[in-house]
Write a protein that binds this ligand. Structure first.
Ligand SMILES: [Zn+2]
Length: 347
């Protein structure tokens, strides 16, 4: 009964909002600035850095919510209806809740493939692309690969460029500002990744190139080079090759970029809650491989992590993976900074 009445309230709201939406003049919500809507706060933060004063940016997810399982709300449809640009993570992360929002919004330009729709995953470096045919038995495995790519700062750099390029096409009068903001964003990110001194010496783009080719270690072994390394990579460097346990398969990009290994996951399969038999196997592995750190996002129950910790002596680190997930994660660089701090401290 309660469900039915809740459903009726929802229907009523949708009808009222549709009415309001259709009576407002189209330009009402549009000042001169662009109205950008992103699915997640991480994309919102990057978009804000690039768009600067020329856009207002809002996110559907709050950063404290699990982006896999959002509930559709009429207010999201209104946000989408008024959007000049829609940016999503893609790779099926939002598959459960994005389609009803875009259907309801009736804003053709922001639909998938439209001129005002950015799938931020388009140019990123992908991990976890399955090499065999996906079956339901594999859990929540995404056919295009693992969608948690924003935890790799290199991917943030790539996403920033996609956003700058599209904004430049949509508002060519501000293209100079967007490209300038992109340069600033990248320079700042590079310095935070490798440290100011090393970036000044070598250049950010070259460091990423070396990193990608797996040649950074050799490069840093030259005299005075390792000393110049700072930033996130410098802070994580002592823990190279260490294993961590994660709750969900959301840390593989971070682990890959900072040379950590995922020793085990508390979920037996992505999206499937921990079971006693799986946890028993994880406890064995944590013991034999002497894994010291268990990482999980604030929106998961920490019961199973605490259990594994109590049996093995590993430390539980609760760490957000999105901007706004906890205090001191006000933008993308602050988020990565917090993650690097928490994980390096735990080691
Ligand atoms: Zn996931």
């Amino acid at each position: 009964m309660e469900r039915i009445s809740r459903f009726c309230t929802m229907l009523l709201w949708t009808a009222v909002l549709a009415l309001v939406a259709n009576t407002l003049p189209w330009d009402y919500a549009r000042a001169e600035e662009l109205n950008i809507v992103t699915t997640t706060t991480d994309l919102a933060s990057i978009a804000r850095s690039i768009a600067g004063e020329h856009a207002s940016v809002r996110s559907i997810c709050s950063g404290r919510e699990d982006p896999h399982f959002m509930q559709g709300k009429p207010s999201y449809i209104v946000m989408a209806r008024d959007a000049d640009l829609w940016i999503r993570v893609g790779m099926d992360l939002e598959i459960g809740w994005e389609p009803p929002i875009l259907d309801g919004a009736r804003n053709m330009a922001i639909r998938e493939g439209g001129p005002r729709h950015i799938d931020a995953s388009e140019r990123i470096l992908r991990l976890g692309v399955p090499s065999t045919k996906i079956t339901r038995a594999m859990g929540d495995v995404h056919p295009q690969g693992n969608p948690h790519y924003w935890l790799d700062p290199l991917n943030a750099r790539i996403v920033a460029k996609s956003i700058a390029d599209r904004l430049s096409r949509l508002a060519p009068e501000y293209a100079g500002d967007f490209q300038k903001n992109l340069t600033l964003f990248r320079e700042s990110l590079d310095e935070q990744m490798f440290g100011k001194e090393l970036v000044a010496k070598v250049g950010g783009a070259r460091l990423w190139g070396l990193n990608l080719k797996g040649e950074l270690d050799a490069f840093l072994s030259a005299p005075n080079m390792e000393k110049a390394l700072g930033g996130w990579l410098g802070r994580m460097r002592p823990f190279r090759g260490q294993k961590i346990v994660t709750y969900h398969r959301s840390w593989i990009y971070f682990a890959n970029r900072f040379n950590l290994k995922i020793g085990a996951e508390l979920e037996p399969k992505p999206g499937i809650p921990p079971s006693p038999s799986h946890l028993a196997a994880v406890i064995e592995r944590v013991k034999t491989e002497k894994i010291k750190v268990i990482v999980l996002e604030p929106y998961y129950s920490r019961k199973s992590a605490d259990l594994v910790a109590s049996k093995t002596g590993a430390r539980v680190v609760v760490c957000p993976i999105s901007v706004g997930g906890q205090p001191d994660t006000e933008d993308y660089p602050a988020l990565i900074d917090l993650i690097v701090n928490r994980i390096s401290k735990a080691f």
